[in-house]
Design a protein around this ligand. Sequence first.
Ligand code: GLP
Length: 260
Amino acid sequence: MMEVLILPQDVAAELVARHILTLIQHKPDAVLGLATGSTPLPVYRALERLIAEWEVDTSRVRGFALDEYVGLPEGHPQSYRAVITREVIEPLRLTPSQIRVPNGATETIKDAPAEYEAEIAASGGVDLQLLGLGGNGHIGFNEPGSSLGSSTRVKTLTAQTRHDNARFFPSEDEVPRHCITQGVSTILKARHLVLLAFGESKAQAVAAAVEGPISASNPASALQLHPHTTVLVDEAAARHLSNAEYYASSYRNKPDWQAL
Ligand code: GLP
């Protein structure tokens, strides 16, 4: 089941953060799926504030990042390991061993995908997976054309994604050409998927993901197959949804007992 909530970005971030902390209160060793990119940052900031306010014990929480660039030198500030350390591990006062990120070192890349899949499986599986949305419909780094049955593997980044992510590097040429990413089927194994997308630049991708045909050309459309997906978008990102009014009225009339 896919539920679509149309909310201002700050309200959506607060709602998701509260939901994550409630999950941790009920399951202190919850496994979180973490996303990079700018979209989930307000959720991480809300978590930082609420963990202190609610005095939540996060010492047993575990987490898995979706993806990583291949071949960046260790400690590179734009490696997703570094981003997750800066944006999640340090502000949320977690220890680095609580959060796993795929290993993008070229020397060990051959074995890294299977090892990552095994680690996720050994954790008992992801309870809640945060997802951003690429302008071309990618989730993690599953670019258009990714098999919907894919597991963690090495992928080649599209020219568009390298262009989109060039803002984080001194030049587009320095954006890595390859990545290691959880596959679409890996992502679908998480028990609850939470997709966030804000701003007009995501509007086409949101409409295709939520209402478009399910297709490898649009990996985010696979989320329609999941029994529990929550999509949080603002008005701008909801612009091309044909059923926006219906989603809004379902949310307004949602029974109190129904959680996110
Ligand atoms: C990146 C990441 C994705 C992210 C997406 C959108 O390439 N690999 O996980 O969801 O792009 O990024 P942003 O949230 O900055 O728009």
